[in-house]
Design a binder for this molecule. Structure first.
Ligand code: ADP
Ligand code: MG
Length: 636
């Protein structure tokens, strides 16, 4: 068997997502890897597929109980022998897993880091070969990450203690240099392959709102998204309680999660959310790591998080199945002040305050604040944080939607180019500002003294703002109709392509900023907080909307038969209840939508649905094709 057939037969997918193949190939060749990909990009398959292909047992170290349970259920549904060991297991269950290990019934064992060095485990594993050790959420090894776990520091010791050194795969969504260095050195990775994949999640919409009353804004949002599953993140337990009560008072299906609740309640609430019994989860950042629920349609930040890293991880929990999802941040200056206070006082209990750490965290907070208060494309800002270049316009964030507008720039482009042309006829060339002044008909001395007011293009754009003319000119330069000379003085020149505009009269649709970005400003105290740092530069749209490469396979978002979809969801719920697993583990929403489109009548056709592998076909094929058949019969 090869990786492609494992992808299809076990997981039901036709193609790999960006980065997955390179990582799988490296692991199969025995090379260490560091998979740095955004949440929801599909890191698990990168080690699960090799685990299925390699001889022996793959050990996956994972920080969260919920994550292990979820992954193991998914794997078992797909027909892969898997188990987990953590403190949630009763004595008998624990014993059963140990026996299973001795009998070599599993391909993959998930384990909490605290349990790695326990003797009984190593004894049971005995001489089963361990070709691969995976460290999931590997940023937990670094104190510069946001979820440092001391027990992660013992992983290297565990690996050293194995009879032969396995291949080591570290997975994380954290991409900062410091954290990556820590992962490499503290886990002792040897020359790891770390392919560069885009951090863009195209199906996520990013929005910033600055509501007067957050509670009203939240209710309004939820009202517009009935029946959808979503998470509302708050910064404190107290806020969680308040928001939870508020939503409850409107009889919404809401639950809550924070460290102040006892274990059993946290557990229960989390399950209510995962099993779709409650659609809205109000939580602190204690909730969510390892939650694999694929049909989360929105993530709202009621308070601004401390850094972009955590923010991106938290919003990453939306739209894992590739369906469109919304990520909205409710910003207020108050959040900046509270976070600053928290960061400054976080080490109070301990005797020593780590100045370097505090300064580092304040800097991260500043970057987060920039994100929330700037007026340029939110997606490019997030991607820039992860070191990625992208067009300054994505068309799918609140800034692009409100700050940019699409204009017909055909005529204005002709005027600008004619002006440069007429100047050239007179043997003259000028920089951008002078050309703008001529077009606007300025009466400055510089213009009149050189007789430029006699040009036929003088004053032909008297009604346009400087900002607008400059933006269109920048666009023409970026598209190669004009260029900026390389001489001592940056003059604007024609390129051979200018005729497309003036002679061929090509139509130009240009995205332009609606407002003057210079006027944008935050609140007074926040401005002071940001002082000394460069303000986000005024943006120049250098491209018409162009899709950036994405971390996800393109998703078909064409409309589907909603009646059939509801029926399929009902069936999924029944099957999930019977199997005691969350609905999304039976099939994701994306799979159900694909079923609606393909309407398979036979088991063979059922196998063509995205997310349907051999085992799921055998297990669920009859039920779903029968339902679809009945539905089609009624239709005709
Ligand atoms: P991560 O660990 O990177 O946050 P996961 O491994 O949990 O992400 O994967 C997120 C979702 O993407 C899962 O529902 C998974 O089944 C799906 N997925 C992964 N790889 C593919 C693929 N090649 N094609 C389609 N879906 C995929
Ligand atoms: Mg993961």
């Amino acid at each position: 068997m090869d990786k492609q057939s494992v992808l299809k037969e076990y997981f039901g997918y036709d193609s790999f997502r960006p980065g997955q193949e390179a990582l799988i190939d490296a692991i199969l060749a025995g090379r260490d890897v560091m998979a740095v990909m955004p949440t929801g990009a599909g890191k698990s398959l990168c080690y699960q597929i090799p685990a299925i292909l390699l001889d022996g047992l793959t050990v996956v170290i994972s920080p969260l109980i919920s994550l292990m349970k979820d992954q193991v259920s998914s794997l078992r549904e797909a027909g892969v022998g898997a188990a987990y060991l953590n403190s949630s297991l009763e004595g008998a269950e624990y014993g059963e897993v140990l026996r299973g290990l001795a009998l070599r019934t599993y391909r993959i064992l998930y384990i909490a880091p605290e349990r790695l060095l326990r003797e009984d485990l190593l004894e049971q594993i005995g001489d089963t070969p361990i070709p691969l050790v995976v460290v999931d959420e590997a940023h937990c090894v670094s104190q510069w990450g946001h979820d440092f776990r001391p027990s992660y520091r013992r992983i290297a010791e565990f690996i050293r203690g194995l009879p032969s050194r396995p291949c080591v795969a570290a997975c994380t969504a954290t991409a900062t240099a410091k954290v990556k260095e820590d992962i490499q050195s503290l886990l002792a990775l040897e020359d790891p392959l770390s392919p560069v994949t885009s951090f863009d999640r195209q199906n996520l919409y990013f929005g910033i709102e600055k509501p007067k009353r957050k509670s009203e804004a939240l209710l309004a949002f939820i009202e517009k998204h009935p029946q959808q599953s979503g998470i509302v993140y708050c910064s404190t337990r107290k806020n969680v309680e308040e928001v939870w009560e508020l939503l409850g008072s409107y009889r919404l299906a809401v639950t809550r999660y924070h460290a102040g609740l006892d274990d059993s309640e946290r557990h229960e609430n989390q399950d209510d959310f995962i099993y779709d019994r409650k659609t809205i989860m109000v939580a602190t950042n204690a909730f969510g790591m390892g939650i694999n629920k694929s049909n989360v349609s929105f993530v709202i930040h009621y308070n601004m998080p401390k850094n972009i890293e955590s923010y991106y991880q938290e919003v990453g929990r939306a739209g894992r199945d590739g369906e469109p999802a919304e990520c909205i941040l409710f910003y207020s200056g108050q959040d900046v002040r509270i976070n600053t206070y928290l960061i400054n006082n976080q080490n109070d209990d301990e005797d020593e305050r780590d100045e370097e750490q505090v300064a580092h965290n304040l800097e991260l907070l500043r970057q987060m604040t920039f994100y929330a208060t700037g007026s340029d494309c939110l997606r490019s800002r997030l991607l820039a944080y992860f070191g990625e270049q992208s067009p300054n316009y994505c068309g799918n964030c609140s800034n692009c939607k409100t700050v940019f507008e699409s204009i017909d720039g055909t005529l204005e482009a002709q005027k600008i180019i004619s002006c440069v042309y007429r100047l050239k006829e007179r043997g003259r060339s000028f920089g951008k500002m002078m050309i703008i002044d001529i077009l606007r008909g300025s009466k400055t001395n510089k213009i009149t003294s050189q007789g430029l007011d006699t040009l036929s293009t003088y004053g032909i754009m008297a009604d346009a703002t400087t900002h607008r003319i400059r933006s269109i000119m920048d666009y023409l330069i970026s598209q190669g109709y004009l260029r900026v000379g390389t001489g001592d003085y940056p003059v604007v020149e024609l390129t051979p392509r200018f005729r497309e505009i003036t002679v061929e009269k090509k139509t130009l649709t240009i995205m332009l900023p609606k407002v003057d970005p210079q006027k944008d400003s935050g609140e007074g105290s926040v401005d002071r907080f940001l002082e000394g740092r460069q303000r986000p530069g005024s943006f120049v749209v250098t491209k018409t909307f162009e899709k950036t490469k994405s971390a996800g396979t393109p998703v078909d978002t064409s409309p589907v038969d909603e009646i059939l979809l509801t029926k399929l969801k009902d069936l999924r719920r029944e099957l999930a209840q019977a199997g005691k697993v969350p609905a999304y583990i039976v099939f994701s929403d994306a799979s159900l939508r694909d079923m609606c489109r393909k309407q398979p009548a036979t088991k063979a056709a059922f196998l063509e649905v995205s997310g349907v592998g051999e085992v799921k076909m055998e297990k669920y094929g009859d039920a779903f094709t029968k339902l679809i058949g009945e539905y089609r019969g009624k239709e005709e």
